[in-house]
Design a protein around this ligand. Structure first.
Ligand code: DOR
Length: 447
């Protein structure tokens, strides 16, 4: 346990009810007072000129630990989170070994408890034959299904296997929705293309729509809680709208990469660094995603932090891996979007903290309120800095927004009442905790 006591004075608090000038007190890791706080307890932090937000919650990251730790590991991934204002993450199962067994899950959690500076939980990965594990493993955030192959070898694309997984259990199912048969066909058809602009043509809009439609059908058939990961197309936004989001049974997320980069320009500027699955698409899709966020069709924002080294990304198109890192900059680039009038800071608090916490039933997370966990992100809405200028905690040391000058940066991060990041440094000795998932508090129906 790594709980702390501290008093934050004089900030602008991003409360569920709106912005308030005031203080926050955290005692033994929990928020005990909000607004006007009496006597100091613990260390006192001067938040004058800063906005105090609930720590960001990133509901989709890949930290590569175990097995691919030359790209990232749980320690560096968690540090990168803290530097980016993220106090809780949910991590994906496409590690080596995959997180598809009781043993692999236990080992991952044990490692996280040792090295993670922020809070954590993990998806259990679906295979064609691990149904017992999917429903038997304790306190995980959900089941991850790769309906189309991406990085790693996790894949469940046979409709009968998918049917069996949706039919049994009640835990949330999160899908990577791309149609495997179509992806395979198109890879062959486009085999002569050597330019990364072919990436979104191969993994096209129809591939995404087909898989999302199948997932929606299965969710409806079995009344099963579904979350569609990294939504990238306007067509899927419309599909979800048309189907009333399965009567509240279905939630979804999108990513800063999709909201702030678009093809073909991103591919021309960044080459294979812009390559990810599902792909960054054209401006009309980007506009539809913003619309979907604003009208509530899209519920929240994740990063899909998927680090690959610069050497790996420098391989020619076809051999370069898909994936883009993001935890260190997601909050900053979204605050910059607010600075430019694309959304409000209050919406960012909803999309990057309150709503993901609610979707996954993350006990104690996502709000500045008495009784909640003392996880904070202190942000300077006026700070202007080039992305990359302060260096990186992620092992891969690059970012798709490198060199862009943006306004609005996290400057201090508090985890369970202890300062985890301040003055561009990770503070020693702070440890996050396993996030308790309350299945019944999860967003299984509209609030
Ligand atoms: O681009 C991607 N990279 N998409 C995924 O679904 C997986 C991820 C990775 O793990 O590299």
């Amino acid at each position: 346990m790594s709980n702390g006591t501290l008093t934050v004075r004089g900030g602008t608090l991003a409360l569920p009810t709106g912005r308030v000038e005031g203080d926050i007190q955290i005692v033994d890791g929990k928020i005990t007072a909000v607004g006007q706080v009496g006597d100091d307890r613990g260390d006192v932090i001067d938040a004058t000129g800063l906005m105090v937000m609930p720590g960001a919650v990133d509901p989709q990251v890949h930290f590569r630990d175990p097995g691919l730790t030359h790209k990232e590991d749980l320690e560096t991934g968690a540090r990168a989170c803290a530097a980016g204002g993220i106090t809780s993450f949910l991590e994906m199962p496409n590690t080596r070994p995959t997180t598809t067994t009781y043993e692999a899950m236990a080992a991952k959690k044990a490692r996280a408890a040792e090295v993670c500076v922020v809070n954590y939980n993990f998806f259990v990965g679906a295979t064609a034959d691990n149904l017992d594990v999917l429903n038997g493993v304790q306190n995980v955030c959900g089941i991850k299904i790769f309906m189309g192959a991406s990085t790693g070898d996790l894949l469940v694309s046979d409709p009968e296997d998918l049917d069996r997984i949706f039919a049994r259990g009640r835990r949330l199912i999160a899908v990577h929705a791309e149609d495997e048969a179509r992806l395979k066909e198109r890879k062959v058809a486009f085999a002569d293309r050597t330019d990364p602009t072919a990436h979104p043509e191969i993994r096209d809009v129809t591939s995404a729509v087909l898989a999302s439609t199948l997932a929606l059908d299965l969710s409806e058939k079995y009344d099963r809680r579904l979350h569609i990961l990294h939504l990238s197309t306007g067509d899927e936004v419309q599909l979800l709208r048309d189907r009333g989001k399965g009567g509240g049974r279905v939630t979804t997320e999108t990513l800063p990469q999709y909201l702030l980069l678009h093809g073909p320009e991103a591919y021309e500027a960044l080459g294979t660094k812009a390559q990810m699955n599902p792909p960054i698409r054209t401006k009309d899709h980007q506009e539809a995603l913003w619309k979907g966020l604003h009208d509530g069709t899209i519920d929240c924002i994740a990063t899909d932090h998927a680090p690959h080294t610069l050497d790996e990304k420098a391989l020619p198109f076809g051999r370069a891996p898909s994936g883009i890192p993001g935890v260190e900059t997601s909050l900053a680039v979204m605050l910059d979007a607010a600075h430019r009038g694309l959304c409000s800071v209050e919406q960012i608090v909803q999309w990057m903290s309150a709503v993901p916490a609610r979707i996954y039933g993350m006990a104690g997370k996502g709000q500045l309120a008495v009784g909640m966990d003392g996880d904070l992100a202190l942000v300077d809405l006026k700070k202007t800095e080039k992305v990359g200028a302060r260096g990186y905690f992620t092992k891969v040391g690059w970012n798709p927004f490198d060199g862009q000058t943006i306004t609005g940066w996290p400057v201090m991060t508090v985890v369970h009442g202890r300062v985890a990041f301040r003055d561009n440094e990770i503070q020693p000795g702070v440890r996050g905790q396993e996030i308790r998932i309350d299945l019944d508090a999860g967003w299984s129906r509209p609030a």
